[in-house]
Design a protein around this ligand. Structure first.
Ligand SMILES: Cc1cc2nc3c(=O)[nH]c(=O)nc-3n(C[C@H](O)[C@H](O)[C@H](O)COP(=O)(O)OP(=O)(O)OC[C@H]3O[C@@H](n4cnc5c(N)ncnc54)[C@H](O)[C@@H]3O)c2cc1C
Length: 405
């Protein structure tokens, strides 16, 4: 394991630090806890445009498309340095991490030239229209239909949990074009204008009061064949490429969900009925647990970075980091709010201890344990691909989709 930057990495870090120091002050001055979503989205658009001017918005892209041909390690260094600043929430995660690299790989030169600059200017947000009510972990089970009519495809069906669909200008979509083929083989991949007639976006209100997800309904939505990405019925391969880009993007950013120092500060401020919480042996034992998890994850992260720095992409063992961090963060936030007693149920940042950060974390953690692979799916990946245990039975894999049920 190598903890140090190579001379080239250190020089790149120096450049990034200098650029961030010069360009963040305007954005760090805002109070993001109290501003409306609309204001934060507007600031995020400006921040993306600012980063794009220097090539930092989509670093992996070729220079011709506004990137800097960056290595994975340079992306990690940028993410580490940017994380030191208070900046608007990143509403472009799916756009830049999934949609843009998929377009770059599969779209025509005309579409790339027309669409990519509008992302980098902060104008266009994209969403990912994959999951459906009966297709999440088993994505190949999806039922939204795509039927060819002349030079167009007609889309009918429903997607769900579509992050940011209410903000999105465009979406990447997987639909079933041939139900007579086995489930992974009858899918086709498209992108579409979210303002097309027949697209209806319905927000889903979350337990924390936010509404970042949506149901999206398609009623006779028409997509030109030129907006097909990949071959007809080869949509599974394109979708796997998108998910590979998602994993890459996730691997370049630490989730940073467990903040031991913050937890420690919270405990220092709490009094139990028989004295300060920090003097309670059970509380101290728990704190040691969170410290060990955080440190274990930090060194696991260094191991991944050492591999990345040597040019080895993240393998299936990367699932371990997300599994431990998301579960650990949920338990740590639950522990902090339990210790707060009645104050643990107050979420208003103006009234709650520590600005309600632990309360928010309790409510958001279940979603983090599901997004990008549920705990159980990550365990399956670790069992099959890392430990070499026998794979799950997948009896429906070779059956025509329309004969599965
Ligand atoms: C924060 C968040 C953001 C999201 N954003 C998007 C988005 O932008 N676009 C999009 O398309 N989707 C999005 N999703 C949806 C996400 O991809 C799915 O929720 C996820 O794939 C799980 O699918 P599901 O909800 O249908 O649950 P299911 O797959 O039905 O799972 C239900 C339960 O069964 C378990 N399970 C399922 N299969 C197995 C198995 N083989 N072995 C053992 N246990 C199993 C699961 O672990 C889970 O506990 C988002 C979800 C979240 C939480």
């Amino acid at each position: 394991m190598d903890f140090n930057d190579s001379p080239e990495e250190a020089e790149f870090r120096r450049q990034v630090r200098a650029w961030l120091a010069e360009n963040t002050s305007e954005f760090s001055a805002y109070d993001y806890d109290t501003m409306s979503d609309e204001e934060e989205v507007a600031l995020c658009r400006r921040w993306v445009a600012r980063k794009a001017e220097a090539g930092y918005a989509a670093m992996r892209l070729p220079r011709a498309f506004g990137g800097m041909d960056a290595t994975p390690m340079q992306c990690v260094i940028y993410a580490q340095e940017e994380a030191r600043y208070k900046l608007p929430f990143n509403y472009f995660g799916i756009t830049l991490g999934m949609a843009v690299p998929t377009l770059l790989t599969f779209a025509s030169e005309e579409y790339k030239a027309a669409l990519l600059p509008r992302v980098l200017s902060g104008e266009h947000i994209w969403c990912q229209l994959f999951s459906e009510p009966s297709a999440g972990s088993d994505l190949a089970n999806l039922r939204t239909r795509a039927e060819k009519e002349g030079e167009e495809w007609v889309i009918n069906g429903q997607k769900v949990w579509t992050t940011g669909a209410h903000l999105a200008d465009y979406g990447i979509l997987v639909a079933r074009s041939n139900p007579e083929l086995p489930k992974h083989k009858g899918l086709t991949y498209f992108f579409l204008d979210m303002k097309s007639p027949g697209v209806e976006v319905r927000p889903i209100t979350q337990i924390d009061g936010g509404a970042e997800f949506n149901e999206v309904y398609f009623s006779d939505v028409r997509i030109p064949d030129s907006q097909r990405l990949g071959e007809v019925c080869e949509g599974w391969k394109v979708a796997m490429t998108t998910l590979m880009f998602e994993r890459q993007a996730a691997g370049e950013q630490s989730l940073g969900l467990i903040d031991f120092e913050d937890l420690f500060r919270t405990v220092l401020g709490i009094d139990l009925t028989d004295g300060p919480a920090i003097e309670d042996s059970q509380v101290r034992e728990k704190l040691v647990d969170w410290y060990l998890i955080q440190e274990g994850l930090k060194y696991f992260g260094y191991r991944q970075l050492t591999a990345l720095s040597a040019g080895r992409p993240p393998g299936p063992e990367a699932s371990l980091g997300k599994l431990l961090e998301a579960r650990g963060a949920q338990a740590a936030a639950g522990f902090a709010t339990d210790l707060m007693g009645y104050e643990g149920i107050i979420k208003d940042p103006a009234l709650a201890p520590c600005g309600g950060a632990h309360q928010s974390a309790v409510l958001q953690a279940p979603g983090i344990r599901i997004a990008g692979g549920t705990d159980e799916i990550l365990r399956n990946t670790l069992a099959e691909k890392v430990l070499g245990l026998p794979p799950e039975a997948r009896n429906d894999k070779a059956l025509p989709f329309n004969q599965i049920m």
